[in-house]
Unconditional design. Sequence first.
Length: 117
Amino acid sequence: MDRRLHERVEVQFEAKVTTLKNRETAYATVSDISQAGISVALPMQLTPGDKVQIEMADCHLSGNVIYSNPEAPLFRTGIAVARVELGGSDLSQLLQRTLAEVMPDTPGVEYQETYLG
């Protein structure tokens, strides 16, 4: 039985995660996104409450670590996203559509159609 409160959308994005406290950086894979936040696989363990910045292509997300559990050889880490800054790349547009579906109330996620006519 799945006890999760929010539906998850499976994704496969590469990301760079930086802790704001000590500026420690690691590369990660974002595996799913939900209304509550994102799940990443990291090579280092973070502490719940750590403030982090996530970079995916030209997008920047900021948030707080909720959990960091070992899943050999990585750590499955849940991050509650507080703010999103989107860029202009194709990946940014894909990420924006995904975030707009699952976490529409997060600042910076507002979906805007672009007219190319």
